[in-house]
Design a binder for this molecule. Structure first.
Ligand code: HEM
Length: 400
């Protein structure tokens, strides 16, 4: 990649490291100045990439797949650390190929299939809350958000819930920007497990995700085993940590803002809009990659074709040009055109599942608990990667 000329106003960000502890603890501290003075930032770190932070730029780039392609293996993660030659499906494809691969899985994500998850997710939430109440509290990140997210994925895919602890172990290690060797090892182990499940489903089809993918057909095209493997990796990679993170940050807000907790208890009709606002406010995917298909000009900045361009979904969601009082979590915000699930052809397939988990969490907790409080006054422990936003732990006490 040619070393670009930084635009005036960008010097202040020369040392910015999106995976540094300070950035992952509070990325929002940087975004106002970035949007204003350096809306097209270049970072030489992690192989070099551009970062867009204004809402209009991020949304336009997400919609413009011809200029900002996803069709470069590994490009969606910064840095690219998993050596692969095959694209992840459907997230690392552009139309028209993307449309075909998305059509193949659309039936798996139908509203009817998602609605069928309501009952098992509700039952899981009740059980998790029972356990927490029995202890008088606990760690909502590891003892609630993680088991709920992975349990909902097990219910959605029909894969053995007994394996959940293995998925959690692998997925936790599968993208650690500062530990590429550990990441690659976890990817290999996870991959071998998926291959084994695919072989088992060929031998004995069941009513589950992998069996559905084996049988799926669009335009006479059937998926190969390596394509099925890729879908499984994306579903678990895209659906597990994001949802767990959204849940932990939402619950943290309510533990720290008893007035909002009481307001939702008084006005449960606000739950759907509150969930959208928690998604906007936390932005579980802060930063996601694309590649410039050709030379681009944006705000006077030249972006050479072939360069990585990161979409700052978190920065866009806090852009005061679009969201009044962007740094406040406003439970009844309307309209709320956040980009937490992306925009355009890659808009999140699992959004209805994530929303269901968040809404049912609020319904059950607001009904069963009088209050939720942080158990300690220690600073929050955020996960150590700045392209995501989630809590590593969230210790609380609960009152029935
Ligand atoms: C709060 C939770 C979630 C957030 C914040 C989130 C966010 C996103 C975002 C921003 C994208 C677009 C990426 C891009 O523009 O390239 C995306 C795509 C995707 N998500 Fe989610 N996601 C969540 C939950 C889930 C769940 C639960 C699943 C599966 C069960 C899932 C499956 C997918 C898939 C398959 C794609 C790729 C779609 C495509 O390329 O056409 N996500 N997600």
């Amino acid at each position: 990649m040619d070393e670009p000329t930084p635009s005036a106003g960008c010097e202040a960000f020369d040392d910015l490291d999106i995976h540094s502890r300070s950035f992952s603890e509070n990325p929002f501290l940087h975004y106002d100045q970035l949007r204003q003075d350096c809306p097209v930032m270049h970072s030489p770190r992690y192989g070099g990439f551009w970062l867009l932070t204004r809402y209009d730029d991020v949304k336009s780039a997400a919609l413009d797949w011809r200029s900002y392609t996803s069709s470069v293996v590994g490009v969606t993660a910064i840095p690219i650390i998993t050596p692969r030659t095959e694209p992840m499906l459907p997230i690392e494809l552009d139309p028209p190929l993307h449309s075909r691969y998305r059509a193949l899985v659309n039936p798996v994500f139908s509203a009817e299939r998602v609605e069928k998850l309501r009952q098992p997710i509700m039952a899981l939430i009740e059980r998790l809350v029972d356990n927490l109440l029995a202890q008088g509290g606990g760690d909502l990140a590891t003892e609630y958000a993680v088991p709920l997210s992975v349990g909902a994925l097990a219910a959605f895919t029909g894969l053995p819930p007994a394996d959940s602890h293995l998925w959690v172990k692998w997925l936790d290690r599968m993208f650690q920007p500062k530990d590429p060797a550990g990441t690659q090892q976890a990817s290999r182990e996870f991959g071998a497990h998926i291959d084994q499940l695919i072989a088992e489903r060929h031998a004995q089809p069941q009513d589950d995700f992998i069996s559905l993918l084996i049988a799926a057909e669009v335009d006479g095209h059937r998926l190969t085993d390596s394509e099925i493997h890729s879908y499984c990796t994306v579903i678990f990679g895209a659906g597990f940590e994001t949802t767990a993170d959204a849940l932990s940050v939402m619950l943290c807000w309510l533990a720290e803002h008893p007035d909002d907790w009481k307001r939702l208890q008084r006005e449960p009709g606000l739950i759907p809009s509150a969930v959208e606002e928690f998604l906007r406010f936390s932005s579980p995917i802060q930063i996601f990659g694309r590649n410039a298909s050709h030379d681009l000009e944006l705000h006077g900045q030249h972006i050479p074709g072939g360069d990585i361009v990161a979409l700052g979904f978190g920065a866009a969601n806090h852009d005061p040009a679009v969201f009044a009082e962007a740094e406040r979590c406003v439970l009844d915000r309307s309209p709320n055109k956040h980009l937490s699930f992306g925009a355009g052809v890659h808009i999140c397939l699992g959004a209805p599942i994530a929303r269901l988990e968040m809404q049912l969490t609020l319904e059950v907790m607001l009904r069963r608990l009088t209050s939720l409080q942080r158990a300690d006054a220690a600073p929050l422990v955020w996960k150590p990667r700045g392209d995501r936003r989630g809590l590593a732990t969230l210790l609380v006490t609960l009152q029935p």
